[in-house]
Write a new protein. Structure first.
Length: 316
């Protein structure tokens, strides 16, 4: 697997990053041993970069997988919603303790929206910069679903890494289309930002065209790496094959496709009802102010996911 330097950070990452949300309680909910096995398998296949977050609740899985490798060979990116000195200190301590490490390679502010949210979280950024000076963090960054935030990051030299949503049809980009996002990434890339994309399969919606979807992000010249969720060794093999040969062997593909898919609503649903209004199949309802799919009627078209302001619906 090709390794690249993540912008001006000097951090060397594999082209494919292990997106770890999938193994934790928000998706497959694997136990620590099972999850660690899949992560270790990915490491053994040349993936040296893993993306997590405080809310993924899977630091324990990663800690277990780290036991079998040299910590220095692995790049860990995590993120939190911290906004102040105190919340940043809490998030960093939690990550260090639960991951069983004495440094974090990349610490991101989760889901930044614009220059205003970056300003609003600046105390946390300052805390992370001090941690960087002490060698506890190697680089600071943001994750975002918005073009506005990708552009805003250019106003801060201290924001060295951007983790933006990017996929072939622009699912989940909240303030423009995929061309707009690529233009913003070009500016950030040229400013030396390290950029690794998220959701190349649009949260599962491009699964039927996985080859085309992955090829699309690989051709975006402003991405150093991109994170793909994986929740089984077959999915690791499929993704590695896509990178190495642009093709998933039929036997692996069959086993992956055999898995029953369903619509998952994350527990941060705010009950706005936008998904209910969008669905033409009566496939999702509000119950006690939370969206609940009706898998009898849902055809897994994913249209409701595009309309969710919180990006909490996924086909898994
Ligand atoms: S659109 Fe999203 S946030 Fe709104 S009710 Fe549906 S799942 Fe919840
Ligand atoms: S995936 Fe499609 S059919 Fe299923 S609830 Fe969403 S809009 Fe309705």
């Amino acid at each position: 697997m090709e390794n690249r330097i993540l912008g001006d950070t000097g951090i060397k990452v594999s082209e494919l990053c292990f997106g770890s949300l999938t193994i934790g309680p928000l998706q497959a909910n694997l136990d620590i041993t099972e999850g660690a096995e899949i992560i270790s398998y990915a490491f053994s296949k040349g993936i040296n970069f893993i993306d997590t977050a405080e809310i993924y609740n899977n630091y324990g899985h990663i800690k277990e997988a780290l036991k079998a490798v040299n910590r220095k060979d692995i790049v860990i990116a995590t993120k939190s919603y911290s906004y102040s000195n105190e919340t940043a200190e809490k998030s960093l301590s939690k990550a260090l303790k639960e991951l069983g490490t004495d440094y974090i390679d990349i610490f991101l502010l989760h889901e930044q929206e614009s220059i205003h949210t970056i300003r609003g979280h600046y105390e946390a950024i300052e805390y992370f910069i001090k941690a960087k000076e002490k060698g506890i963090i190697r680089a600071v960054g943001i994750s975002t679903h918005r073009i506005e935030a990708v552009l805003a990051a250019n106003q801060y030299r201290e924001i060295e890494v951007i983790h933006p949503i990017i996929n072939k049809i622009g699912i989940g980009i909240q303030d423009g289309n995929v061309e707009d996002m690529i233009n913003a990434l070009k500016i950030s890339y040229n400013n030396g930002k390290g950029i690794y994309g998220m959701k190349p399969l649009g949260g599962g919606h491009l699964i039927k065209d996985v080859e085309g979807a992955v090829e699309f992000v690989r051709k975006v010249p402003y991405l150093h790496s991109f994170a793909m969720g994986m929740q089984s060794k077959d999915e690791v093999d499929a993704n590695i094959n896509l990178i190495n040969t642009r093709y998933i062997p039929d036997d692996i593909k069959k086993r992956i496709n055999k898995k029953e898919r369903r619509l998952h609503v994350a527990d941060w649903c705010i009950g706005c009802g936008s998904c209910v209004d969008t669905c033409k199949n009566d496939g999702i309802h509000l119950i006690d102010d939370k969206a609940v799919p009706d898998m009898e009627k849902c055809v897994l078209c994913g249209y409701c996911a595009r309309k969710c302001p919180e990006f909490c619906i996924k086909v898994i």
